[in-house]
Design a protein around this ligand. Structure first.
Ligand SMILES: C[S@@+](CC[C@H](N)C(=O)[O-])C[C@H]1O[C@@H](n2cnc3c(N)ncnc32)[C@H](O)[C@@H]1O
Length: 251
């Protein structure tokens, strides 16, 4: 990913989102801070597959603004630990949810080996070139037998004719299964992300997006981030990409 596009999409917009949520109210925080396109149904699938329960340590790698981890803490009583490389996104997650956030790359997680019960990594693998390094590091910090929940955008049809969002490296299904196996994970199940999102959730996302647009539409970072999401949206609607939920366990 070009550094500028990555910073616009994952750092500038993260900070603007937290600002807008603080103006609009707490009830906007979780939907607006789920920035890997997780919906309540997708999060529920991952939570049930990983058998989350009260007290489970949930490591969220590439946690962004922290919406998915905050959702899991509220619904299941897990103890989240967030890892995120973008400084403004880290601050946004702390501001909105008060969660513990480690500013680090997922390829070098400053946590002890076998210290984590469950990990999530949602919407991150497709933005990372060296998927094996990221997964191997998650494998190192997970205890043996622990669950990994993934949300991954995969290539559904050859997309050579359409412009990709800058810096994305979408895997094919075979590449994804292969890299999971090579890094010590057994893939247990997989499903296409459910389409339906309740209006109560999507309305809050839209209001925060409108507030961010009203305030920042004239900035170059906004234009870059908007171009990224337009390209992604076109690839989904033309059927070239598909969003998958996966449950794997660490061997
Ligand atoms: C599409 S966002 C998803 C954020 C969050 N997981 C969610 O679902 O709301 C992708 C996130 O991955 C992070 N990311 C990109 N490269 C990463 C890396 N090498 N290690 C950890 N996180 C990374 C980005 O900074 C960004 O916050």
């Amino acid at each position: 990913m070009t550094a500028t596009a990555m910073v616009a999409e994952f750092d500038d917009v993260a900070g603007w989102t937290a600002d807008a949520v603080e103006r609009l109210g707490d009830q906007y925080a979780i939907p607006a801070a789920c920035r890997g396109s997780a919906s309540p149904a997708a999060l529920a699938w991952l939570a049930e597959a990983c058998e989350l329960s009260a007290g489970t340590t949930l490591l969220d790698v590439g946690a962004g603004v922290g919406g998915p981890a905050a959702w899991a803490a509220r619904r299941f009583g897990v103890r989240p630990v967030l890892v995120e490389p973008m400084p403004t996104a880290c601050r946004a997650a702390r501001r909105l949810f008060g969660l513990p956030v480690i500013a680090a790359d997922g390829g070098r997680i400053p946590l002890r080996t076998s210290s984590i019960d469950t990990a999530w990594c949602l919407g991150v693998l497709c933005t990372v070139e060296d998927k094996a390094a990221l997964l191997a590091e998650i494998h190192r910090v997970l205890r043996p037998g622990a669950s990994l929940g993934l949300l991954v955008v995969v290539v559904a049809r050859d997309n050579r004719w359409q412009p990709l969002p800058d810096g994305n490296h979408f895997p094919t299904q075979d590449e994804l299964a292969n890299v999971l196996d090579r890094t010590g994970f057994t893939l247990l199940e997989q499903t296409t992300r459910p389409d339906s999102t309740p209006l109560s959730w999507s309305r809050r996302v839209e209001e925060v997006t409108a507030a961010v647009t009203a305030q920042h539409r004239a900035t170059p970072a906004y234009a870059l981030a908007a171009r990224q999401s337009e390209r992604l949206g076109r690839l989904f609607s033309s059927g070239h990409l598909s969003m998958q939920l996966l449950h794997a366990v660490s061997r």
